[in-house]
Design a protein around this ligand. Structure first.
Ligand SMILES: [Zn+2]
Length: 329
């Protein structure tokens, strides 16, 4: 239940899968490299699906991996090229894929996610610098390309969508996200959140029957203007927020600004001032002191003059003067 038991004697399979075997590992001054070789004997053609065992050649790919010892870490993968056995297939030769990395990628999916997550909060340049500190080698241009290549596939026949606003780069910019209600995939990322770009998008998606949105009136107006027939739904989070706001309004109106409570009882009006408990206690203490013999006359300096307390004892020169006076004595 949420716990995957690893075979600790087979770390290789756990990290790199069954298709590859680590046959070497080298630690250089500026990087670590795991050397992997393919262990498969057959592979399915990505075009026609026919399983081929006709090895064509080997090739090598170098892919950056999650860093080890805060040093850039790469996997150098030796993999196979196969010949498709289906004569009718347009693909003659294909390369075996690596399940934790895209076909033309220089980073594993895991590493790409990490870079992307950090870049959401920082500039491309800062992302590159911060990642370098933990052993990830990525230029600011690559960071930019990563999120520019995010695939957003639109669907003009979509019938139910969700719309929300997102802040990009810590509130520097706002955007409107439109997503498919069924699988939550992103359909569009539109500039701004004033509803203008949304209006344009909705004009090409007239089959929409249902829209889940936040409470912003900008979206509500845009939907009503373009798709007056569509049902607008506020999601649970936003409904709850509405409820809280309404309660606040009611409380503000119905409940007075100041409430007086005395000994657990709610008072109708401000209580009349009477001697507080603390004041009474101090009076008692005062009486006790009155009965004692003590000297409360002000201190006198060497010339018999009264030393007045001016409340400036914290001044450094004052403290210094006092300590000098003590030394003289
Ligand atoms: Zn094929």
């Amino acid at each position: 239940m949420g716990f995957k038991k690893y075979d600790i004697f087979n770390v290789n399979n756990n990290i790199f899968g069954n298709d590859f075997k680590v046959y070497d590992y080298k630690e250089f001054e500026d990087k670590n490299i795991y050397y992997l070789k393919s262990m498969i004997l057959k592979c399915a053609c990505p075009t026609c699906g026919a399983i081929s065992n006709k090895l064509h050649a080997t090739c090598t790919r170098t892919i950056q991996f999650i860093p080890f010892n805060l040093k850039p870490t790469y996997i150098n993968v030796n993999l196979y090229k196969f010949e498709c056995i289906n004569n009718d297939c347009p693909t003659k030769i294909f390369r075996q894929d690596i399940k934790y990395c895209g076909p033309k990628q220089k980073f594993t999916y895991e590493l790409k996610c990490l870079i992307f997550a950090i870049s959401l909060f920082l500039s491309d340049e800062t992302t590159s610098k911060i990642l370098k500190l933990i052993g990830i080698n990525v230029s600011n241009d690559t960071v930019r390309r990563l999120y520019q290549n995010i695939e957003v596939s639109d669907n003009v026949d979509i019938e139910s969508v969700g719309i929300d606003d997102v802040s990009i780069r810590k509130g520097m910019r706002y955007a409107t996200v439109v997503y498919d209600m069924k699988d939550h995939s992103m359909l569009a990322l539109l500039d701004g959140r004033d509803g203008e770009t949304l209006k344009e998008w909705l004009k090409n998606h007239k089959k929409i029957k249902m829209v889940a949105r936040d409470r912003a009136t900008a979206y509500a107006n845009a939907i009503s203007a373009i798709l007056p027939e569509a049902i607008q739904i506020a999601d649970r989070f936003h409904l709850f927020q509405n409820l809280v706001d309404r309660f606040k309004e009611i409380f503000k109106r119905e409940i007075t600004e100041v409430i007086y409570i005395q000994e657990g009882q709610l008072l109708d009006e401000k209580p009349k001032k009477e001697k507080s408990k603390i004041e009474r206690e101090e009076t008692i203490k005062g009486n006790i002191i009155d009965g004692l013999d003590y000297d409360d006359t002000p201190p006198i300096d060497d010339n018999g003059k009264e030393i007045k307390f001016d409340g400036n004892l914290t001044k450094p020169n004052m403290v210094k003067r006092h300590s000098e006076n003590r030394k003289k004595k």
